[in-house]
Ligand binder design. Structure first.
Ligand code: NAD
Ligand code: UFG
Length: 337
């Protein structure tokens, strides 16, 4: 299958491109490089043993997208491109609606104009809002508490409307829980600009001595140790979930929302402990106030993915920490050389 990955040079897109290439798909990456670098292309060639075609472009450029879809005879699109920082979305909501919602409208127009009607969309567990029960299954009510989450929800609803208007569409909204970890080679991984917002990259930088200590946001949640609990999923498991979604859509039409998580929750202090074990380094931390907007616990019911996609996450917490550490170490070496 020929597959276009919008946002393909980013964290999840780059790992997915490895899995799809190794399965024999022709992968084309499309990205405006606003939150990634084309240096990843060399790493991807090193891992897969072949160059991966790349088009520098914005998803709001429907003309370039249409040309790209036609030139590479694309059969399906995986739509990763978008902005993803919750705090920034509160400060710059228009940017989030423009990149995420307008970008998706432009992609849908381009796809329709060349009759490509298979789409996998990067959604998020954030569409469940404050959990009313756990684990979160796909029929849990949806809501949004910030512009980022609202953009994901708008897109999911828009895709549902499109699928209802034309039975030829095949759409999967994959609701990711907390992607972490890196490819086992240590060549690609998550490399956020500036101070990391997310827990795992922050812990990795503390373990590497780049930051003095982790701030643990609250230890008075109603969880076993009082710190926040999340469903961390290895990015390679997540990448394989995309391959499974493409296989599912090759035999199914319509709109489908599917959780990609492990079903298991770990606390912030569990993550600190696991990272110390995997890296052999200390991760000093201090307890600070809760972060606004955080929920106590959030984890998936992964049953639908197992039944519909015949997919489940297999990698362990130790795999997540060890691969993050390997990537962190390789970054350091490449900075020095
Ligand atoms: P990322 O920032 O590493 O990748 C996104 C890529 O999209 C980047 O390479 C960026 O340059 C590109 N991009 C952004 N706006 C664009 C535009 N207008 N046109 C073309 N390219 C554009 O993020 P990621 O972690 O790989 O996330 C991928 C997708 O998964 C995003 O849609 C994100 O919202 C979603 N998601 C991520 C997480 C997470 O924790 N990482 C969780 C749930 C959902
Ligand atoms: N945390 C800390 N210190 C930090 C960073 C995080 O204690 O420096 C805690 C948080 O309070 C939370 C847990 O670690 O309890 C995980 O926080 P992350 O920021 O890593 O992840 P979130 O669950 O808050 O959010 C992530 C993405 C969102 C997405 C959501 C659900 O950032 O975009 O997962 O998929 F919506």
């Amino acid at each position: 299958m020929n597959v276009l990955l919008t946002g393909g040079t980013g964290y999840i897109g780059s790992h997915t491109s490895v899995v799809l290439t190794e399965l024999g798909h022709l992968v084309v990456l499309y990205d405006n490089l606003s939150n990634s670098s084309d240096l990843v292309l060399h790493k991807l060639a090193q891992i897969t043993g072949q160059p991966i075609p790349f088009v520098k472009g914005d998803v709001r450029d429907a003309e370039l997208l249409t040309e790209t879809l036609a030139a590479y005879r694309i059969d399906a699109v995986i739509h990763f491109a978008g902005l993803k920082a919750v705090g920034e979305s509160v400060e710059k909501p228009a940017d989030y609606y423009a990149n995420n919602v307008q970008g998706t409208i432009s992609l849908l127009q381009a796809m329709r104009s060349v009759q490509v009607k298979t789409l996998v969309f990067s959604s998020s567990a954030t569409v469940y809002g404050e959990p009313q029960y756990l684990p979160l299954d796909e029929s849990h009510p949806t809501s949004a508490t910030n512009p980022y989450g609202r953009s994901k929800l708008h897109i999911e609803e828009m895709l549902n409307d499109m699928a209802a208007s034309d039975p030829a569409w095949r759409m999967a909204c994959l609701r990711y829980f907390n992607p972490v970890g890196a490819h086992e080679s240590g060549l690609i991984g998550e490399n956020p600009n500036g101070v990391p917002n997310n827990l795992m990259p922050y812990i990795a930088q503390v373990a590497a001595g780049q930051r003095a200590e982790l701030s643990v946001f609250g230890d008075d949640y109603p969880t076993a140790d009082g710190t926040g609990v999340r469903d961390y999923i290895h990015v390679m498991d997540l990448a394989e979930g995309h391959a499974a979604a493409l296989a599912f859509l090759s035999v199914t039409t319509g709109w489908h929302a599917i959780n990609l998580g492990t079903g298991k929750g770990y606390s912030v202090l569990d993550m600190v402990q696991a990272f110390e074990n995997a890296s052999g380094q200390q991760v000093p931390y201090k307890i600070v106030a809760r972060r606004a907007g955080d929920v106590a616990a959030c984890y998936a019911d992964p049953k639908k993915a197992s039944e519909a996609l015949n997919w489940r996450a297999t990698r362990t917490l130790d795999d997540m920490c060890a691969s993050t550490w390997r990537f962190q170490q390789s970054q350091r070496l490449s900075v020095k050389s």
